[in-house]
Design a protein around this ligand. Sequence first.
Ligand SMILES: *Cc1c(COP(=O)(O)O)cnc(C)c1O
Length: 381
Amino acid sequence: MLPYSRQHISKKDIIAVNSVLKSNFITQGKIVPKFEKKFVKIVKCKYAVATNNATSALHIACLALGLKKGDYLWTVSNSFVASANCGKYCGALVDFVDIDKNTFNICCKDLHKKLIIAKKNKKLPKILVVVHLAGLPAKMKTIKQLAKKFNFKIIEDASHALGAKIYKQPVGSCKFSDIAVFSFHAVKMITTGEGGIASTNSAALEKKMRLFREHGIERKKFKNKKNIYKWYYEQQLLGYNYRMSDINAALGLSQLSRLKLILQKRNKIAKKYHKDLKNLPLRFQEIDKNYHCSYHLFIIFLIPQSAKITRDELFNKLRKNKIYTNLHYQPIHLQPYYSNLRNQKLPNTISYADQALSIPVYENLSIKNQNKVIHVLKKNL
Ligand SMILES: *Cc1c(COP(=O)(O)O)cnc(C)c1O
């Protein structure tokens, strides 16, 4: 069976996890801080706060930026529901911007138009969650300019984009955002089993995110104070338990040391798809010069009319050949929970959801198996 993505766990990964299991600390030991330090170096930011998953990282990012009841959070509808749910956790109102039909990322023109209207109506967003679909960075320079002009904060949902770059700046360096969030779920760029991280260059945001991650409890501040017992701590606000364990962090550390190799392999696979599928009635994400995609996903878009079969038919044909593709994503605004937004006009998001499929790309995909995918696509298209 060929899935659209799958994890790769090496012998070294297993040894790293085992050594934590045999040590004195399996949570709150030294490995999580070590993982955070290594991550900071790789994405070139100042601070990183590791969490039990990216969904909780998005939540504490929103909390740290002060998102409250009645505020607006904007994002795209062709993402995983977590990109929008983080707003809902804070009692905020969620709204969606359409995507660009060539990159499948947020459309800056649509965003600009929507901001002008929102300003008139006094409904400007407090936070924009920008999703780098498949690991292709969105147009962050333009978005940053708009953020300055219309005064909103930017969270990058970089769940797909570890290793991606814009003008040599790694996603996560927060050159164009306040906070960037990554996921280490099994099928993402690297895995910790379940896990996430939030990166930032702001000491204040880091401090707040740590507080929200750990019940709102402050400990460090009192550690070296005279006349204060070592056990002393204070709860300053209502936080959560969103910590990552040392077991998960050990897997993450080991996987991070392979990141370059993972990126090379995924890029090689993508290059071959681009070359071999060139003459089929398909479109791919348009990638600007100076933009580097991490290829968490490889997305094909069936050009309507020129393709012999529909996307759904192609999905079934591939499945019959044991190639398990997927759609990333069903539009969030069409989910029953978001039914109040069902009538929003997002034509490019809808057309994407009708025509797109993610085909296999992962570290251990062999050339033989990739050729099988290519063969079945050619035969049916
Ligand atoms: C995977 C994913 C998430 C959630 O990540 P978890 O670690 O599973 O919580 C959020 N946003 C996007 C775009 C994702 O792909």
